[in-house]
Design a binder for this molecule. Sequence first.
Ligand code: CP3
Length: 347
Amino acid sequence: MKDAVQTKTILRALAGETLPTPPIWMMRQAGRYLPEYKATRAQAGDFLSLCYNPELAAEVTLQPIRRYGFDAAILFADILLVPQALGADLWFVTGEGPRLSTITAQSDFDVLKPVSAIHDTLNPIYETVRILRKELPEETTLIGFAGAPWTVATYMIAGQGTPDQGPAHALMQGNVALFEALLARITAATIEYLSAQIDAGAEVVKIFDSWAGSLKGEAFQKYAVAPCAEITAAIKARHPDIPIIGFPREAGDGYIGFHSKTGVDCVALDNSVSAEWAAAKVQVDGCVQGNLASSHMVTGGQALVDETRAIVKALSNGPHIFNLGHGITPDADPENVRLMIETVRAG
Ligand code: CP3
């Protein structure tokens, strides 16, 4: 197995190797900025039908690999499929985003399904993973993922995305027992979900804590660090060779020590921290991923080239996977993605 691991650049970086050119992939690389994505999504009918259609979900996962030759493919799915598998209602409002049934009282929690039931809903996702492992080029690494418990809980509590995660903070203050019971249920479900993705063929898993930045001080330790450490320990116990990427987005100083506190192999960085800072404070502990501002995929030009080069240079003395600081947006120009990749690979 070790020999196979050495051939894939993403796995080499995740094992701690400093490579002459960082491997590259991009958050939301399958998405609405690509005309071929929009065509397949239309064929599926809507976003959730696309997620649960293994052939079409595999197809959109492969589209950016064919177009650009990224070093990794990320499974096409969504972090909100776990709440749905736990029994929450989930739908997407075009132009607005996700909507879910809310959890504000014990009675809302009591009707959720047990963790053992999640695979009934999530089996098509594992089938997508199996198809991808067959169809991906040999050199391309397959990344599975899930949302971190805090981020998933913010959507389950509020029933939608919120600018400041107010409803989740309010439940934490007002009914901490219910809040922690919900986090524990999501944590246990996430362990089973990621483990099943790995059994189906995922070679790396990433934990997206998109709203980690709104947890401060003790709350960051309890509700971002601790659940990530618990998931990482459980996955490592079952699958010791599978690297894990943690993404406590906008954690700021919380990025410092995140590798050692959680056991993740790589810390993904948003673009609110500079690459120089990250090299000194975070990369000293292991592999980092990031962190070009996704706005460059809209604006392009020399600024894109300069900033890409600066990030590659600042992080060149340690293990690094090049990526954006957050997902690419629908208004991005696909040619700017090509320019970013060419700039990284030109060294
Ligand atoms: O990165 C990839 O290409 C893999 C697939 C992926 C999606 N969502 C597809 C998607 C991944 C890894 C996610 C993660 C995700 N989903 C996160 C964490 C990362 C982040 O962006 O912070 C979150 C918070 C979600 C929840 C979610 N899904 C929201 C808030 C939205 C609406 C916002 C938007 O961009 O429309 C989604 C929808 C979604 N998930 C789309 C895609 C391609 C767009 C849906 C469409 O095609 O209409």
